[in-house]
Design a binder for this molecule. Structure first.
Ligand code: AMP
Ligand code: GLY
Length: 451
């Protein structure tokens, strides 16, 4: 039996742990730092996810057979390199590949160089030139992005010149996100439904997972501030068979090939954040990891052994693993602290959860909870992800919202319209029997994309 250390402590890590625990090859699961809910399923250790030395020390004590690094910061900092150098089989991209998320300038330049469809852009490190460019383009909204990681807050959709100028000054001159915003990307505003596609890749084979749809804004009708994600559904009905084929040929394979060509082979979960524009699918962003809360709806639909997949990626034998998907829908409604994504209180008692932090009829992934005397308390912005599967999207959503109604705390906040945009799509999601006619591999430059 294999023992595994999972690095991270949110809903995504809870979902990864639950899927790994289904494998009959997996023994003990450890998590650092974990959270209150995760501690019911994995032994948690109080080491921060960005503390590379601390995590190495913990790994040397626990001697796990595999380390899974889930969040963006430790990946971009090079935790996988450090773990592998210390002899641990580790899942996740090395530092030189994690840069695909760690630097927007890197990822935009990569797309330009390899002709991967994305929004038109320019890069600036001085505010005067950026403002001159924005004024000369004179097209609003316009998008301003900090180059580096900024807790998901480094993207400003400026509605007019004044907002654009303020954003540029805050980022470059006032270093709102420190070094992360010393350089910015100014890019064209795109429109269309958004689709998230996570993929497994070992640099030789790419296996796209079931598509999903995030709900990034804090409030109903996509109003309010951008958040890490307030809910997800899978599959995403805007990801039709035609769209999928175009993404595979123009985006997924070329990206993996481009990273190989740059000497930055990507091994892990590569996340494609896409917008289906009137001119076809374009890349909004890459992430070097599983999305959160996308993972909470994608992994429950995985009909395969996640441990075997992680091991195969490490060994570059992903082509040999059979990966199937359940023919169902999955929905996750995030319950957050009132005030998120700005300031919010912590330490409020949650009512409605059982001993394991669950409610009947759903699976509750814990994102930010703390356990104290066998009671669960809020301990973050996003607190719980209430997740259900069903044979219809509406059915899964109804179950998720019924489960949500059983849980509460003072000033709880959640969106009431998760899945509504997906329900309005006049398309069938790429799912259910697409494999029959797309079983074949697509090959490009020695890299294979497999359904
Ligand atoms: P990102 O962190 O790059 O995913 O951006 C956060 C969100 O901002 C995305 O999910 C989109 O909703 C929006 N966004 C980012 N770039 C653009 C763009 N070029 N055009 C329109 N919306 C965008
Ligand atoms: N839900 C979007 C992300 O994980 O970045």
């Amino acid at each position: 039996m294999k023992n595994i250390l999972v690095v991270g402590g949110g809903g995504r890590e809870h979902a990864i742990i639950m899927k790994l625990s289904e494998s009959d090859k997996v023994g003990k699961i450890y998590c650092a730092p974990g959270n209150g809910g995760i501690s019911k399923y994995a032994e948690c250790f109080n080491v921060s996810a960005t503390d590379i030395d601390g995590m190495l020390k913990l790994a040397n004590e626990l001697k796990p057979d595999m380390v899974v690094v889930a969040p963006d910061d430790p990946l971009v900092l090079g935790m996988v390199d450090a773990m592998q150098e210390a002899g641990f089989m580790t899942f996740g991209p090395k530092k030189n590949a994690a840069i695909i998320e760690g630097s927007k300038v890197f990822s935009k330049d990569l797309m330009k160089k390899y002709n991967i469809p994305t929004a038109k852009y320019e890069v600036f490190s001085d505010s005067e030139s950026a403002i001159a460019y924005i004024k000369s383009e004179n097209t609003y909204p316009t998008v301003i992005k900090a180059d580096g990681l900024a807790l998901g807050k480094g993207v400003i959709l400026a509605q007019n010149e004044e907002e654009a100028v303020t954003a540029v000054k805050e980022m470059i001159d006032e270093q709102k996100f420190g070094k992360s915003s010393a350089t910015v990307v100014v890019e064209e505003f795109l429109t269309g439904p958004e689709v998230s596609v996570l993929s497994f890749t070992d640099g030789k084979t790419v296996v796209p997972m079931v598509s999903s749809m995030d709900h990034k804004r804090a409030n109903d009708n996509d109003e309010g501030l951008n958040t890490g994600g307030m809910g997800t559904v899978a599959p995403n009905p805007y990801y039709t068979e035609d769209v999928a084929k175009e993404c595979m040929e123009k985006i997924f394979l070329p990206t993996v090939n481009a990273m190989n060509a740059e000497g930055r082979t990507f091994e892990g979960c590569l996340y494609f954040g896409l917008m289906i524009t009137p001119n076809g699918p374009k890349v909004i962003e890459y992430n070097c990891r599983f999305g959160d809360p996308e993972t909470q709806v994608v992994l429950p639909l995985l009909d395969a052994d996640l441990y075997e997949i992680f091991e195969a990626i490490y060994n570059h034998t992903l082509a040999d693993v059979k990966i199937n998907w359940k023919q169902e829908y999955c929905t996750c409604v995030v319950m957050a602290s009132g005030g998120y994504p700005l300031s919010y209180p912590k330490g409020i008692e949650i009512s409605g959860l059982d001993d394991k932090g669950q409610v009947e009829g759903a699976f509750v992934y814990h994102a930010g909870t703390k356990l104290d005397n066998d009671k669960f308390f809020t301990n973050g912005g996003r607190v719980l992800g209430v997740t259900c599967t069903g044979f219809t999207l509406q059915g899964a959503l109804d179950k998720s919202y019924e489960a949500v109604s059983k849980i509460t705390w003072d000033k709880v906040h959640f969106r009431k319209d998760i899945g509504q945009r997906a329900l309005q799509a006049n398309t069938d999601p790429l799912s259910l029997d697409y494999k029959d006619d797309m079983e074949s591999y697509i090959e490009d430059n020695g890299v294979y994309l497999r359904q």
